[in-house]
Design a protein around this ligand. Structure first.
Ligand code: FUB
Length: 345
């Protein structure tokens, strides 16, 4: 939904129909990774700011510098901002663009995983550790070895293994890694190195984490997203192919990999039998929201599943000034997920 097409009056009408309102409105927040740790909800979002960078398809206008953690005692209670949990100035390897993070909890420690652009212009993924779920987090001196691109999502399986899913196209640079090393040709083009429409789409990656959650325990592997005929989704299938915003949740012994389709603005899901897939495309979770990006997480709180997501309605459509929201998510009897229309109240 391009923001330019909506005027002020339309925003008032749209917001009246919105199924949920921003969880916090004193700062802009996006890319919410929600977790239920020790009976409380913790949201690890990006902290959107207007740094004065012009909009471009490489996402230069997403010039975030720090992370805040938001907590809620229950799904209906006030969302509390715990202030700066990590700032780019404290991360020795990172220069800028603190994009969508995630967090994990293990043995009393909390781990914040975050992508940022290093001084050579290449996105890497870092990790920072705290004794508290709300930080402050102490960053590791170097990015995770062999990490690249953006949007880490760390999933804890029932056997105690942790896996990181990651990757993102265009400004997220995934297409530059097709030959195994960073391809710096055509630096200003978001679409250079993207496969042709009739070729398989680029795939997200997975890597099992080491026991201390500080490194990859294996070389990252691609995960396959297949269509109803068992064929890889094609690059031209832009309503369904992976773009960014990986997330994993497990429901009734099945693994649900969900993601954003980027330039077509859907949140979709695909189902598999193992954390590594392959995953078969299942459908849409969320219709387009106000703003260019869509990014989500799925979290079970007691017996109810929720979709945390964002939109740009509070900023009246400014793509890089987003707000985190939450709504209930429904798994249907046949294993599918009910599609959510964000402005249908
Ligand atoms: O917030 C910056 C980027 O926008 C994220 O990393 C993407 O997933 C998109 O939401």
């Amino acid at each position: 939904m391009p923001e330019e097409s909506i005027d002020h009056i339309d925003f008032i009408k749209l917001n009246e129909k919105a199924i949920s309102q921003p969880l916090v409105s004193h700062i802009y927040t996006a890319d919410p990774s929600a977790h239920y740790f020790n009976g409380k909800i913790y949201i690890y979002p990006s902290h959107d700011v207007d740094a004065g960078e012009a909009f471009d398809d490489l996402g230069s206008h997403f010039a975030m510098e720090d992370y805040h953690v938001i907590s809620m005692d229950s799904i209906d209670s006030e969302a509390v901002d715990h202030g700066v949990a990590l700032h780019v100035d404290n991360v020795s390897w990172a220069e800028k663009q603190m994009w969508a993070p995630d967090a994990a909890h293990k043995n009393g420690k909390y781990y914040l995983f975050f992508p940022a652009k290093a001084y050579d212009g290449i996105f890497r993924i870092g990790v920072a550790v705290s004794d508290s779920p709300v930080g402050p987090f102490q960053p590791q001196p170097k990015a995770i070895k062999n990490s690249f691109s953006i949007d880490p999502a760390v999933f804890e399986d029932e056997d105690g293994s942790y896996y990181m899913y990651f990757g993102g196209l265009w400004g997220g640079q995934l297409q530059r890694w097709r030959k195994g090393t960073f391809n710096a040709e055509s630096p200003d083009s978001p679409t250079a190195h993207i496969p042709k429409d009739d070729e398989p789409a680029l795939l997200p990656l997975i890597a099992k984490m080491t026991d201390d959650l500080l490194e990859f325990a294996e070389a990252p592997k691609e995960i396959e997203i297949l269509d109803e005929n068992g064929e890889l989704l094609l690059a031209g299938d832009t309503d369904r192919r992976f773009f960014e915003a990986s997330w994993m949740h497990k429901y009734k012994e099945k693994y649900y990999f969900s993601y954003s389709t980027g330039d077509t603005h859907f949140i979709c899901y695909a189902i598999g039998d193992t954390p590594y897939g392959p995953f078969t495309y299942g459908g849409k979770i969320l219709e387009p929201v106000v703003g260019w990006t869509s990014h989500h997480s799925i979290c079970k709180v007691e017996d109810t599943w929720y979709l945390f997501y964002h939109d740009s309605s509070l900023s009246k459509g400014v793509t890089h000034l987003r707000s985190v929201k939450v709504t209930e998510l429904h798994h249907l009897e046949d294993g599918s997920i009910k599609t959510i229309a964000p402005y249908s109240k």
